[in-house]
Design a protein around this ligand. Structure first.
Ligand code: AMP
Length: 516
């Protein structure tokens, strides 16, 4: 059964079961499977009726945070035949505007108030209006059938030119991912899972918990940003939840582990940790298994461009006993992994090279970015068939057992606290600030993990006489937040009189490294 059929099935079989809740919203909002189906159908009918006829279907931007109605909005868009494009409230205004413009949305579903200074030419439906439409029985309409080739969602990720890139994931890719992910959960002894959701819905990690949960008929506990940042609310929430499956970045688990309360005593029902998105260290895995003796840990790997994850490995005591970085696992059914040498030939076992993903979860490409798409997305002939493939830019090797190992990036993309960031994206946006004439950003790395970002800038003029350097840098940081999300803003800044250049006239990053 495909996702939307499954949802219809749960709505009939367990209509009163809670599908989604956010126990920390002011109103403590929960939606059942029955409500999710009914409301998304009603809203889909409205979206379909109000859409411009005869025009190409442009994606619909859904703006908000951890409100269960956000998911009503997602499903309503696809049921009406439109892809949705989630934008989290942590996104700065400039980025929101870029995405709405890029998507060309005729409609924006705003589950949270849009920033004050935003004016859009698209029609906007607010949370109150959406709720009203969902309650109105008159809006029950037939919705259209969507097939595997239709784009289901578009997620925007950091782009090296300073503009985010939209990854187009089809309904087919999503179903292929869900079929596999639900089997991973079942294989670990859980047939009726209830998931924890940490990642904002604009990050593809959230697809792992949100849709696997809905596919398997569970209850999703959505942790909002405020709760995640306040340990006492977070632990109160976790203690009250009966969640069995945890999905987060390893960085978030590390943050939770810094408090002793985070243990099996707090979350008695928890049985499985699913990680993705960045290196899972042996230390994190060992500490978790110690604190949660009844839980298993599964490390998964993959980029947004191949629908969340494509490999998986259970972290056993035996693996932890080996004195090596943890592997990222075996490819799922329907996916093949190849390692390419610099000559773009398949490497032998244990030989390092670029990780190439081939198979049934590779995205259509980058939305309206033909050149970028052609650089990374390929169709490769294997065994007489053409398979969609994606050049990840990740380095790794396959061992003699076909298990994939990660060796870092071959370019300027980094992960900081689980967030994917192109260094070029920060540098381009620094140059948008009038007072900066040159900029370079370097990651500060410890034990193979990026711990923070450092900016090196040359100013257009002098620091105003009435401001200390510290205060001035504080102002620059604030100004930068208008263009890029807060997590991308470098922590430490060096104001330089000039930028060191190498013999090619490019910024000499090796010299800058010495200043880190
Ligand atoms: P995103 O598109 O945000 O999911 O980021 C994808 C990138 O995260 C990959 O290309 C890798 O560089 C990194 N990544 C994902 N999963 C893992 C993992 N399990 N271990 C190490 N790096 C990972």
């Amino acid at each position: 059964m495909l996702l939307l059929e499954r949802l219809r099935y749960w709505a009939e079989k367990t209509p009163d079961k809670v599908a989604l809740y956010n126990g920390n919203l002011k109103e403590d909002i929960a939606l059942t499977y029955g409500e999710l189906e009914l409301y998304s159908n009603r809203l889909a009918g409205i979206i379909k009726n109000q859409s411009p006829k005869g025009e190409a279907k442009r994606p619909i931007v859904v703006y908000g945070h951890k409100n269960p109605y956000m998911i009503v909005a997602f499903l309503a868009c696809v049921k009406a035949g439109f892809a949705y494009c989630p934008v989290d409230i942590s996104s700065p205004t400039e980025r929101l505007l870029d995405i709405v413009k890029e998507a060309g949305s005729h409609l924006v579903l705003a589950l949270e108030d849009l920033p004050d200074n935003v004016t859009l030419s698209s029609k906007i439906l607010s949370l109150e209006e959406i709720k009203g439409l969902c309650q109105d029985g008159e809006n029950q309409k037939e919705v259209i059938h969507i097939d595997g080739e239709n784009t289901f969602y578009i997620l925007f990720t950091s782009g090296s030119t300073g503009k985010p890139k939209g990854v187009e994931i089809t309904y087919g890719c999503l179903n292929n991912f869900l079929l596999w992910m639900s089997s991973v959960v079942e294989k670990n002894g859980i047939s009726h899972p209830d998931f924890i959701n940490q990642a904002p819905f604009s990050f593809d990690l959230s697809v792992m918990d949100l849709y696997t949960n809905l596919y398997m008929g569970g209850t999703l506990n959505m942790l909002s940003k405020d709760v995640q940042m306040d340990f006492s609310s977070l632990y109160e929430n976790l203690a009250n939840s009966h969640s069995t499956v945890w999905v987060s970045t390893p960085s978030f688990a590390d943050m939770c582990l810094s408090d002793r309360q985070f243990s099996q005593d707090l979350m008695k029902d928890l049985r499985l940790f699913l990680f993705c998105g960045e290196v899972l260290t042996r230390e994190t895995a060992e500490r978790l298994l110690e604190r949660f003796p009844q839980a298993s840990i599964v490390n998964t790997y993959g980029p947004t461009e191949s629908t969340v994850a494509v490999t998986e490995v259970k972290i056993t005591k035996e693996l932890l006993a080996e004195d090596k970085p943890l592997p990222i696992g075996k490819a799922k059914e329907g996916t093949e992994i190849e390692i390419w040498s610099e000559q773009e030939e398949c490497a032998k076992a244990n030989e390092p090279g670029e990780i190439i993903i081939l198979g049934n979860t590779v995205a259509k490409g980058y939305f309206h970015m033909k050149e970028e798409t052609e650089k990374r997305f390929l169709a490769l002939e294997r065994g007489g068939r053409f398979l969609p493939a994606y050049r990840t830019g990740d380095r790794g090797f396959l061992d003699e057992k076909g298990i994939l190992h990660f060796l870092g990036r071959g370019d300027n993309q980094i992960k900081l606290n689980g967030y994917r960031i192109e260094i070029g994206d920060i540098e381009e946006n620094l140059l948008k600030l009038e007072s900066i004439s040159m900029a370079a950003v370097l990651p500060k790395v410890k034990d193979g993990k990026t711990k923070s970002l450092v900016a090196f800038v040359v100013l257009n003029g002098d620091i105003p006489a009435d401001l200390s350097e510290r205060k001035y840098i504080g102002q620059l940081k604030e100004a930068l937040k208008d263009y890029i999300p807060e997590y991308m803003v470098p922590k430490k800044w060096h104001i330089m009189t000039e930028m060191p250049l190498n013999s090619n006239g490019k910024t000499d990053r090796n010299q800058l490294k010495e200043l880190l």
